[in-house]
Design a protein around this ligand. Sequence first.
Ligand SMILES: [Zn+2]
Length: 691
Amino acid sequence: MLYTLNTMAFCYRPISRWTKKRRLDSGYNRAVHAMNSAYRDSDDELDATEIFESTYVTASTPQECTDGDSNFSELAELAVDTDGTVQNTDCQPVMQYCSIDRDDSTVNSDCSDNDDNISDISDDNESMVSDLRQWALKNNVSHVAIDDLLSILRRHFPELPKDSRTVMQTCSNVQLQAVAGGHYYHFSLVNGLKTVIDKFQVSDSVINLQLNIDGLPLFKSSPGQFWPILGLVTNSKIKQPFIIGLFYGNTKPASAADYLQQFVDEYSNVQHHGLNHNNNHYTIKLSAVVCDMPARTFVKATKGHTGYHGCDKCVQEGVYTNNRMTFPETDTALRTDESFIAQLDEFHHVGVSPFTCLSFGMINAFPIDYMHAVCLGVMRKLLYLWMKGPLHVRLGGHCTQQISNRLLSLKSSVPCEFARKPRSINEVDRWKATEFRQLLLYTGPVCLHGIIPDVIYKNFMLISCGMYILLSQEHCVELCDQAQTVLTNFCHHFGDLYGKEFLSYNVHSVVHLADESRLHGVLDNVSCFVFENYLGKIKKLLRKPNDPLQQVVKRVSEMCTDAPLTQSKRLQKPHHDGPIPSHLNHFQQFREFHQTGFTVSLDEKNSCVLINGKPAIVRNFLQNDDKWMVVYQFFSDIQCFYTYPFPSDRLGIFSVSSNLQELAVAPTSRITRKCCYFKDGLQHIVVPLLH
Ligand SMILES: [Zn+2]
């Protein structure tokens, strides 16, 4: 593909600056087009715990105005949307800036082997270099390939740099520190915050910072592992983690205090003095540290979940049953920030956490992460019990096959927001967190119904409904008490049904989740999903087994200059196929509508929405100037899909008829939610997506 570049005819007689620019633009555009074509399919196998539904988009809130008459139904109004675009979030991680690099293989390398000087590059070529950099970042192109490409391009554009490291602005002088039994690089909290402020529009003067700390095994054949410290500004317009520090060693850091020292010092400084940037003063508030249980116990210096005093939320003493630590109580006194600092439960602590010096809620600000506790914990355990557990709860092979068949039959109904389609439960060992989440919230109530014994189904529905509430922006406040009740009932029934010895920390922890929601809102606000996705990206930055820490530092430095967010239209894919009401036939028609967090289109699996709280199928989108309309049909008959533990209509979940009412038209702003529309035999079920 790249050889087509050689056919571009350029002669080098004296030419005007503008002619030169036109040629550069034209030739370069063709080159980039060719490169993009070549690499289009090279990437994007989503990582282990990729985000379950596509989020992180922003959009203006549509405003309405009223209009009159319609041949359709009573909702005929015209909408005024003031902004026709949304930001495309397909962008690189937020990183910090480092200086220009000369050597990709050694630490503290010098610059003598490279005579590129980026300051010598003209404005035209600088723009070209910038575009090349974005292209290489987007497609994860190796330095060897970039060097190769530069050698070709320089035949036509001699001003271009010779060295890929100049193009990529690779960091030099990677200063690693020997810390806690491994090596550590501190990217800096302040630099990360400034980048987020510049790029993602933080309008508040208070910056809410969230932290994630976790271990990341790198290789199957060696114990090498990263321990990144990641940050996330939760009140920026778009939420993307950034890296604050990175530890590499053959085990986890030997000392949490040493590992976290530089972060603690830096945060302590901004906590007291704030952050000045672009003539604005910001107050920095660390609102939560989101980790899985082992990482929490490590940084909090407490007993682990296999210890008698291992629950980090309540003071109950565990019961050791059949070689397992269990936590059967659901109403023991809760730990508090004050009791933790005073170490009132001396058996809970194994030392003093480095976070204690930060005037920080050591209980409330360390929420339980539902991705690990529920998706990878309880849901995985349930499937294990059903397939390999005690005989009185084990489902037969025929039963598990039926469940798998139903899951597979829903593949074609799963909306585009899901990164993964349902697959057989026989492959459960390879399931990712997002697949357990999908079963828990969406496909499980449909696929398990009528197949597994009623008592097991009801127990599953307790956790499914409780979690659905706590993950729903709409219901998590109003129905929080109800969620607490059903999740507590789940724990009791679980012990009775499967055996007390299975009441592990993960199962017990669901009784504390309603409290987490009261403190932090929907549980996705304090989940590891967004961080795990980012950890997967860090792992993908490694191109060879040697010097993993240096490699990541350099790759991260290259990403600091990634492209600004691009914008895409909210209405896309114009067509002329209707249906369209006669009084609106001067409107333009579209197949796709992009809204915050979801995309609705005319194909069946992406066409189900809630309009004014009622499920409907979208038939068309219309636009005239700033008026945006949706043509839709309500279902003729809707009923509760389930009644236990409470009627499903409270959550907007319905069993619907296949018959539809007459066409109607409304402003697109009336679309409140997108829904999964599952067809299970003759039964059709609508489940609103959580975002
Ligand atoms: Zn507890």
